[in-house]
Ligand binder design. Sequence first.
Ligand code: AVI
Length: 329
Amino acid sequence: LYKSKIEKDINEAEILINTFRDDVEKGLDKIEKTLPSKYFYNKKGDALFVEIMNLPEYYLTRSEFDIFKNKTEQLIEAFNIDSNSYFELIELGAGDGLKTKELLKTLDSKNYKFNYFPIDISLNALSLLEKDLNNDMPNVSVKTQQGDYFEVLNSLKQSKKPKVVLFLGSNIGNMTDEQASSFISKLGNNLQKGDKLLLGVDLIKPEAIVLPAYNDSKGVTASFNLNLLDRMNNELGANFNLNYFKHHPEYNEKTGVAKSFIKSTINQTVEIKAIGKSYSFAKDEKIHTEISRKYNDTLINQIILNANFVINNKIMDSKAYFADYILTR
Ligand code: AVI
């Protein structure tokens, strides 16, 4: 199909930039302008997200780490796996492995027989994680899987071995409830009866705790959000002036929905060369860039309603900020 690897790489890069352009055009053509949050995560965005996870206001990572560190035995018990029979531990998203390492360490010390399969789109994230794990826990066999979650799960399905899938960090909260439902259903379709899903979600709690997590005092979350404008400038030939847009988070503690916006601070027009259009922004007009949903039992039950899962356990951190639900297929 391609004459060379370079030709293939160029072609793939073109497809990526074209979908970015099309998604931006679709979002900015709407009356209530939106941009998809998945475009936060380029190299700069990945680094900013790591910084966010270490912020004092961003409690999510620490809360889930508390569960993995202090309730490891409960997690493992909930997996209901015989320590003599082999199983596959699969993680959706490579992350920095900090939480998973606690689990791997305990599984290893208890002589469980398993392989660890982190799945990620980013080859870079996977190879960093693999190196780190090989260094820190040479006993654990790490089999990185690059690609789309469902494509990889589908290929892993062939093995017929018992599986435990980790989907941590309230990553599901960046989907709409409809997207989350169909995601969980699809996961169920790629697993076998008895397999487990460990779903980590942030819980609904007062605004005084949630809002600062998305509006930190150092302005890292603001840079993370505004990085979208930077990307459009660099990759789509846009001329957003970052001095005239600001980060604007909102949280509704009744619905449990946190939203991030980029707000225009003046009346202005921005040209995006790759689209061949100009967009006007009124003073105080908002572009919706992210949803970070918080949950309770009712919401989780609704989301898994049409999926082939039942809830077995719910394990929370000491402050009851965050929950890891263990579901059985
Ligand atoms: C990755 N995701 C779960 C984060 C969240 O909390 O929604 C992304 C994030 N956005 C702003 N801060 C962190």
